[in-house]
Design a protein around this ligand. Structure first.
Ligand SMILES: NC(=O)c1ccc[n+]([C@@H]2O[C@H](COP(=O)([O-])OP(=O)(O)OC[C@H]3O[C@@H](n4cnc5c(N)ncnc54)[C@H](O)[C@@H]3O)[C@@H](O)[C@H]2O)c1
Length: 249
């Protein structure tokens, strides 16, 4: 493991990525936040600076040129990243399948799935070359079970689990471990937005959680920190459950 750790967190200006950034910084890692929202990046970097060496880079993970620029700028600022947490994502429409617009499908697939691939494509080669790295993807219970009226989101999140398995096995002997987290409902701005769009759907999802509550961002961050560490040493290609007992498979 490198003495001075460098992590890239996509979607790190908000929600789960933000919580993980705070945790990584508190463990001494330098953290580059790649996020599409410049105002959120400004706010997040100002708030997180008290915990360590953080830098924000406005990036659209669905755009290969934006990613390549972000990777180069990150190298210039911090050096090569040894860890990536690919948390950028959008929920997309909550609509019946027959009404789901094709443009919405492309937006969700490009951000949530292709964004993970483009991020890894830009950062993983130097991890392999150095002989150490940690990749953490973020899927969702929606990818395991399929949320009605969220065809693109459910499809993208299921595909991320396949991506994690494939890359994990392929890199198993390189020192680069690839694992994922599949949360059910965790309190976050994305969830607040979805609650406004379809409160009944959120209530129905909450009722399925045996612990009877939503997850907390710091619970996500704790699992991400373990997956990013040397303590995680004999597991790759696995997507870990974060669901209050909802998913036992
Ligand atoms: N919160 C939950 O309940 C929950 C449950 C399951 C999975 N997830 C997943 O966790 C991840 C984080 O979600 P969150 O709840 O923290 O949401 P959030 O909306 O709080 O954060 C998502 C971040 O991604 C950024 N983003 C969106 N599109 C982007 C793009 N094209 N390029 C770069 N950044 C972009 C946003 O600006 C935002 O800062 C997502 O992948 C989401 O699907 C969340």
């Amino acid at each position: 493991m490198p003495a001075q750790r460098v992590a890239v967190i996509t979607g790190g200006a908000s929600g789960l990525g933000y919580a993980a950034a705070r945790r990584f910084l508190s463990e001494g890692m330098r953290v580059a936040l790649w996020d599409i929202s410049d105002p959120n990046l400004q706010r997040a970097t100002a708030e997180l600076a008290q915990f360590g060496d953080v830098w924000g880079c406005q990036t659209d993970v669905s755009d290969v040129y934006s990613i390549e620029q972000a990777a180069q700028r990150t190298r210039d600022v911090f050096g090569d990243a040894d860890t990536v947490l690919a948390a950028a994502g959008i929920a997309g429409h909550v609509l019946p399948y027959v009404d789901y617009p094709l443009s919405g499908w492309h937006d969700v697939i490009n951000t949530n799935l292709t964004g993970v691939h483009l991020t890894c494509r830009a950062l993983v080669p130097t991890m392999i070359a150095s002989g150490w790295g940690r990749v953490i993807t973020v899927s969702s219970m929606a990818g395991k079970e399929g949320n009605p009226k969220q065809i693109a989101y459910s499809s993208a999140k299921a595909a991320i689990m396949g991506f994690t398995k494939s890359l994990g096995k392929e890199l198993a002997q390189t020192g680069v471990l690839v694992n994922g987290i599949a949360p059910t409902l965790v309190q976050s701005p994305m969830l607040d937005e979805a609650s406004v769009l379809d409160p009944q759907a959120i209530d129905a999802l909450r009722a399925k959680i045996p612990m009877g509550r939503l997850g907390r961002p710091e619970e996500f961050a704790a699992l991400a920190a373990w997956l990013a560490s040397d303590q995680c040493s004999f597991t790759t290609g696995m997507t870990f459950d974060l669901s209050g007992g909802r998913s036992t498979y």
